[in-house]
Write a protein that binds this ligand. Structure first.
Ligand code: SF4
Length: 756
């Protein structure tokens, strides 16, 4: 039966997490019958794109798991009750820990685009097991940017597109991939205003490029040459902000010297962009009052990805574009998900660990070996690495080689199908949820989304799963919790004192704090937000380091009081609250480098820059004549997302997941829309339908993300799973991020229609 009550929640399909109002209905009252943007959401302010309206396909997935699954010897699964599943999983993981050490238990995932609380609770399970190594999708996308940003600025930056005079998007199509609040509104405003300029650097004529004043249509994989040329123009034409450089940076002389070696005309020619247009763009950047610039997967999953991240920063730093309205800023997130190099390396192949994450492309190598420190067991939570990581075939082999694989998820994903145990989780609308993608400025918002409905019989929220695992591992007893239960009954001021006395002063318990909060503070909270208990601890930590930001947002008093007031506001305000209010003139004070000075000179990346000279030459895109095309795998389109919606019917259009091919290539191969073509890479081969597209340039082909998952009991998945075609060794030499946007490929028509 339909209800006319609008309930408050959010979209979970991209990092913006736009606030939503949802009406429930259907026979069981669990269907999403109406959805609209939530005007009270502090960041999205009523905005939502077309994808959000199809979220019922996520919530009402007919194939969701309801009870724990245990793998039989023949590879089939049997249902077991929760007590059996938890005790057996705990025993299996404890055995791996006791035999090989907790470091041999690897954790992957912890959250997707809309759900980061599972990762917070998993920290307790990992502590109970002594598990140290972990990773997530961030380590195949963002760790190059994190590494460079940390080395140059000691901080992670974001950009103010709402107020910039010039907006630059590098390898990004925010029309579909968003990442900034109200992306399409902001893009249109930027595009329409004659006093402002939108610059897009992309090999495709994307929807954003269509709006741009300047589209630098770089040849695929040659962004490094183009961005090097842009930075060199700044030096060549005297466009550097010398006053800013003198006041706030170190190492400019080495950078100027390196950029003066760049053969601008040759680099532009090799990048496939008219030198005059490159100079025009660089000049516009150099002369603007403010420039906001955003790089994304088009360059971060491409050749020279880390070098491009460095050169990109150089462009806006040399022109003084940080710390002023409309430029770059250092946000105040509730919990930082970015991080730098701690000096640690992975235990088998010695890969650099950025932000605490093992590079995704080395995980299989760290399992498929006889090395004594190899990973022997894995917990995969709210993630599907058998589908989402490079070279799926190799990754499946790795997962099958583990002693124990435990998957926590809502559905029988490609990864779950390889697990020893699958623990069914509540959907994101059956428990409280939140994300730590909070990067806005000067006002930054956070939403603790209350659950819209209780879970059906069977699935459990991840908080409950981790609490049971920690207890089954013997790490936490009722005696540990008793003082906190007593204090919680007297109110949160009493609870705070007891928490510090009994938990934070005891290292054994401090690492289990998330689960302790869930078990003791959680029952005192409204049931709709119970899984938000961990945020009380995070709010306390936040208040200690960002008291001034909190105070400006209206949360006054000493940090413990600020934290508690913020926590209560999150509970009371389902649309979310502004939790930090910042000042532009404080940004440069957040530079986390010696003397607060930005480090422009990174010798290893300047050495990499020098090698570009050797690569200049030739017109062909491909370096291997057997693979004359460059495949960009994982394009965001109108109805693509990650694989959390498994039913292909959710796509209102683009349901075949067609391969986009340029008009020139289609003509030379005799292809028209809908024709089938065999797409072959070094890693695999697949037959796919073609879409002839004017957005593509010759030699460049593109597959969407989110396809290739099984549904409806069919063996054949819908569309192509991109990682059946990618290679594990095609990765950045510094941080191991994969080159999914630069996969050498060839096309062979398998059928064409007769000419009319
Ligand atoms: S997919 Fe669209 S509605 Fe959903 S969070 Fe992203 S921008 Fe918002």
């Amino acid at each position: 039966m339909a209800s006319t009550e609008w309930k408050t929640s959010a979209c979970i399909l991209c990092e913006c997490n736009c606030g939503l109002k949802i009406q429930l209905g259907g026979d069981d009252g669990r269907r999403f019958t109406k959805l609209k943007g939530d005007r009270e959401h502090p960041m999205s302010q009523g905005y939502a794109c077309e994808k959000a309206h199809r979220l019922d396909f996520y919530q009402n997935n007919p194939e969701r798991l309801t009870l724990p699954q245990r793998r039989r010897a023949d590879g089939t699964y049997e249902t077991v009750d929760w007590d059996t599943a938890i005790s057996e999983v705990a025993a299996r993981l404890a055995q791996v820990r006791d035999t090989h050490g907790g470091m041999s238990i690897f954790y992957y995932g912890g959250g997707g685009q809309g759900n980061h609380l599972p990762g917070a609770y998993a920290a307790a399970t990992r502590r109970a097991l002594g598990s140290r190594w972990r990773s997530s999708a961030l380590a195949q996308e963002k760790t190059g940017e994190f590494w460079v940003s940390d080395r140059m600025l000691g901080a992670f930056t974001r950009s103010d597109f709402e107020h910039c005079e010039v907006g630059v998007f590098l390898g990004k199509n925010p029309w579909h991939s968003h990442s900034i609040p109200r992306a399409r509104v902001t893009l249109k405003e930027l595009s329409k205003d004659p006093a402002r300029t939108l610059i897009v650097i992309d090999p495709r004529r994307t929807e954003t490029a269509e709006l741009a004043d300047i589209h630098l249509q770089v040849k695929p994989g040659r962004d490094a040459w183009l961005v090097a040329a842009m930075a060199a123009v700044l030096v060549d034409e005297g466009l550097i902000d010398d006053a800013f450089i003198d006041a706030h940076t170190e190492g400019v002389e080495a950078v100027k010297e390196a950029l003066s070696q760049v053969a601008i005309a040759d680099y532009c020619a090799y990048a496939g962009v008219d030198e005059g247009l490159v100079r025009k763009a660089a000049r516009r950047i150099g002369e603007a009052e403010s420039v906001a610039s955003f790089e994304d997967l088009g360059v971060q999953m491409n050749r020279h990805s880390t070098l491009v991240s460095y050169l990109h920063r150089m462009v806006w730093l040399l022109t003084g574009n940080i710390g002023k309205r409309g430029s770059q800023y250092i946000p105040t997130p509730l919990l930082s998900i970015a991080g730098g190099d701690t000096g640690r390396v992975s235990p088998v192949v010695g890969a650099r660990i950025i932000g605490g994450m093992v590079p995704c492309n080395v995980i299989a190598e760290e399992i498929l070996t006889e090395h004594p420190k190899r990973y022997r067991a894995m917990i995969v939570e709210t993630a599907n690495p058998a589908h989402s990581l490079a070279d799926s075939k190799r990754f499946r082999e790795a997962l099958e080689a583990l002693d124990t694989l435990v998957v926590i998820d809502v559905a029988m994903s490609e990864t779950a199908k390889l697990a020893d145990y699958v623990l069914p989780a509540s959907t994101q609308y059956e428990k409280a949820e939140a994300t730590f993608f909070n990067f806005e400025f000067p006002d930054n918002g956070f939403q603790l989304r209350p659950r819209l409905m209780s879970p059906p019989d069977g699935p459990l929220p991840e908080a409950e799963i981790h609490a049971r695992l920690v207890e089954a591992l013997g790490a936490l007893s009722e005696a540990d919790l008793a003082p906190l239960h007593e204090a919680a009954a007297k109110g949160r001021p009493h609870y705070a004192g007891a928490f510090f006395k009994h938990v934070m002063s005891q290292p054994r318990l401090a690492g289990l704090a998330p689960v302790i909060l869930y078990r003791t503070l959680g029952p005192t909270l409204p049931v709709e937000v119970r899984e938000g208990a961990v945020l009380w601890g995070l709010a306390l930590r936040f208040a200690q380091k960002a008291s001034a930001s909190l105070a400006r947002a209206g949360f006054k008093g000493p940090p413990p009081l600020q934290a508690d007031t913020l926590f209560q506001a999150l509970i009371d305000t389902p649309s979310g609250v502004v939790f930090a209010r910042d000042l532009w003139d404080e940004v440069l004070g957040r530079i986390g480098k010696p003397d607060g000075r930005i480090q422009l000179e990174l010798p290893d990346l300047l050495a990499e820059l020098a090698t570009l000279q050797d690569g200049v030459g030739g017109d062909g895109l491909a370096t291997d004549p057997d693979f004359p095309f460059i495949l960009a795998a994982g394009e965001r389109r109108s109805f693509t997302a990650n694989t959390i919606i498994r039913d292909p019917a959710w796509r209102k259009k683009g349901g075949s997941g067609a391969l986009r091919v340029s008009t020139d290539d289609a003509a030379s191969l005799g292809l028209r829309d809908g024709d089938a073509v065999r797409l072959t890479t070094r890693a695999g081969s697949a037959v796919v339908a073609v879409e002839v597209s004017t957005s593509m340039q010759q030699g460049h082909i593109s597959l969407p993300n989110g396809f290739g998952v099984g549904f409806g009991g069919l063996d054949e998945a819908s569309g192509i799973a991109p990682n059946e075609l990618t290679s594990i060794d095609a990765r950045d030499p510094f941080v191991g991020t994969p080159w999914h946007k630069h996969v050498p490929a060839r096309l062979t028509p398998v059928s064409t229609r007769p000419a009319p």
